[in-house]
Ligand binder design. Structure first.
Ligand SMILES: Nc1ncnc2c1ncn2[C@@H]1O[C@H](COP(=O)(O)OP(=O)(O)OP(=O)(O)O)[C@@H](O)[C@H]1O
Ligand SMILES: O=C(O)[C@H](O)COP(=O)(O)O
Length: 403
C-alpha cells in the first residue's frame, strides 16, 4: 500500500487530489455534536494543501436513500472543517456534475473543497457493479489522484471506497495508516484475557462479527441494542426493544458454540426500560424503571443496561489485558440512559490493559461524556470497519489501496 508520504515526495503541487474521508459525524438538529472524525482527517488534508494540491474532500453522512436529503447535507461538516483548517473551504451542492466541477475548477493550489454527501447518489452504495462503476467514473473526472482516508467506511464496497481508487493513482492517508498500525496489534499476539464489548444499534451488521470473535476473544460482553436479540434467543420477552428476529437461530448457535469453546458470553442481568424512546433534542426526563433482563414488560423498550449489569461488566473488564469496545451500552445521547456507557468507559480507563474504543458513536460517547481521550490506548474512528478488520476479513477499501 503506497502512503501519502510517497505522493508528497513525488510532488502534488497543482494536482487535484480526491480525499475519501469518513465525515459521518453525529448531528443533532443540524449541529455537530462530536467532530472527532473531522479532526482525524485534518492532518492528511493539511499536508496535501500545504504541498500545493487542490484538495477535493468527499464523504457519506448518515444513510440517505440515494437521493438528496437536506437532513444529511455535508454543509455543516464543510463549515467545521474550514474552522479546523483555519482557511475557507468551498462547498459543492452536488457530489458530481456541473456544480461539483464548478467548485473544484475554482480551486487554486493549496485550497480545499467539500462535495455534497456521496450517498445522495444511488451509484455510491449500489450492489450493481456497472451502476457503481458509472458513478465512480463521474467521481474520477473530479481529480487526478485518490487518497483513501475514510477508515470508518473501508468495510463498505461502495463506489468511492472500492471502485474509484481503481480508476486513479491511489494512496493511503495518515489516518488509515495509523488505524491499521494499531489494530494489527489486536490480530497478532494479543495479550489475554482479551475482552470484547459489543453494543450499539447496527445490530444486523455487527451480529455476524461475533461468529469470528468466538474464535479469538476470551470473553464477550453484550449490551446496547445488540443484547435484546440474545435475550430473546434465550426465550425471554424483550417488549418493543431493538430486535433482529431473523438472527435468532444464528445467535442461539453462537451461544452454544461459546459454551463449547470456553468463551464467556456475558449478557445483561438487568436493564432500564421505558414505554417510549426518549426525546434526544430536549433531553426532557424520560419515564423509566429498572427490571431484571428476563422481566421486560411487553409494551416497553430496553434503553440501557441496569446497575447490576454495570457492576458485572466492570468486574469482567477488571483483569483484561486487552479490550476492544464497539457500540454504546444504551441510548447515551439522553442523560437517563448514559450510565451503562459511562460505566464501561470508566472500566476501560481504570484498566491496566491495552484498550481500544472503536466507532463513530462510541468514540463520540467517550468524549461527550467527559472522558479524557488519552486515558484509552486507542480511539478508532471505525466501528464496523475495525470489527471487520479484527475478524481478519479483506476490507474492500483497504484492498483497493493495494497495488
Ligand atoms: N438499547 C438501545 N436501543 C436503541 N438504540 C440504542 C440502544 N443502545 C444503544 N443505542 C444507540 O446505538 C447508537 C450507536 O450504535 P452504532 O452501532 O452506530 O455504534 P458506533 O460506535 O457508531 O459504530 P459505527 O461506527 O460502526 O457506526 C447510539 O446512537 C445509541 O443511542
Ligand atoms: O459510522 C460508520 O460506521 C461509518 O461511517 C459507516 O457508516 P455505515 O454503517 O452507514 O456504512
Amino acid at each position: 500500500m503506497k502512503t501519502i508520504d510517497e505522493l508528497l515526495a513525488d510532488g502534488v503541487s497543482g494536482k487535484r487530489v480526491f480525499v475519501r474521508a469518513d465525515l459521518n459525524v453525529p448531528l443533532a438538529d443540524g449541529t455537530i455534536t462530536d467532530d472527532g472524525r473531522i479532526r482525524a482527517v485534518v492532518p492528511t488534508i493539511k499536508a496535501l494543501a500545504d504541498a500545493g494540491a487542490e484538495v477535493v474532500v468527499a464523504s457519506h453522512l448518515g444513510r440517505p436513500k440515494g437521493a438528496p436529503d437536506p437532513a444529511f447535507s455535508l454543509l455543516p461538516v464543510a463549515e467545521r472543517l474550514a474552522e479546523l483548517l483555519g482557511t475557507p473551504v468551498a462547498f459543492a451542492e452536488d457530489t458530481v456534475g456541473p456544480a461539483a466541477h464548478a467548485a473544484v475548477d475554482g480551486l487554486e493550489p493549496g485550497q480545499v473543497a467539500v462535495v455534497e454527501n456521496l450517498r445522495f447518489n444511488p451509484g455510491e452504495t449500489s450492489k450493481d457493479d456497472t451502476e457503481r462503476g458509472e458513478f465512480a467514473d463521474q467521481l474520477a473526472a473530479l481529480a487526478d489522484v485518490y487518497v483513501g482516508d475514510g477508515f470508518g467506511a473501508v468495510h463498505r464496497k461502495h463506489a468511492s471506497v472500492y471502485d474509484l481508487p481503481a480508476r486513479l493513482p491511489h494512496y493511503a492517508g495518515y489516518l488509515i495508516a495509523r488505524e491499521v498500525g494499531v489494530l494489527k496489534k489486536l490480530t497478532a499476539d494479543v495479550k489475554r484475557p482479551y475482552v470484547v464489548v459489543l453494543g450499539g444499534a447496527k445490530v444486523s451488521d455487527k451480529l455476524a462479527v461475533i461468529d469470528q470473535l468466538l474464535g479469538k476473544a476470551d470473553r464477550l460482553l453484550i449490551g446496547g441494542g445488540m443484547a435484546y436479540t440474545f435475550l430473546k434467543a434465550q426465550g425471554h420477552e424483550v417488549g418493543i426493544s431493538l430486535l433482529q428476529e431473523d438472527q435468532i437461530p444464528a445467535v442461539k448457535e453462537y451461544m452454544e458454540r461459546a459454551e463449547k469453546n470456553g468463551v464467556e458470553l456475558v449478557l445483561p442481568v438487568d436493564v432500564l426500560v421505558s414505554p417510549e424512546f426518549p426525546d434526544l433534542k430536549t433531553k426532557a426526563p424520560s419515564q423509566h424503571t429498572v427490571v431484571d433482563a428476563d422481566k421486560i414488560p411487553a409494551d416497553q423498550e430496553g434503553l440501557d443496561i441496569g446497575p447490576k449489569t454495570r457492576e458485572l461488566y466492570a468486574s469482567k473488564l477488571g483483569d483484561a489485558e486487552t479490550v476492544f469496545w464497539n457500540g454504546p451500552m444504551g441510548v447515551f445521547e439522553h442523560p437517563d440512559y448514559a450510565e451503562g456507557t459511562k460505566a464501561v468507559a470508566q472500566a476501560l480507563v481504570d484498566s491496566d490493559g491495552f484498550t481500544v474504543v472503536g466507532g463513530g458513536d462510541s468514540a463520540a460517547a467517550v468524549r461527550t461524556l467527559g472522558f479524557d481521550e488519552n486515558a484509552f490506548g486507542h480511539i478508532s474512528t471505525g466501528g464496523g470497519a475495525s470489527l471487520e478488520y479484527l475478524e481478519g476479513k479483506t476490507l474492500p477499501g483497504l484492498a483497493a489501496l493495494e497495488d
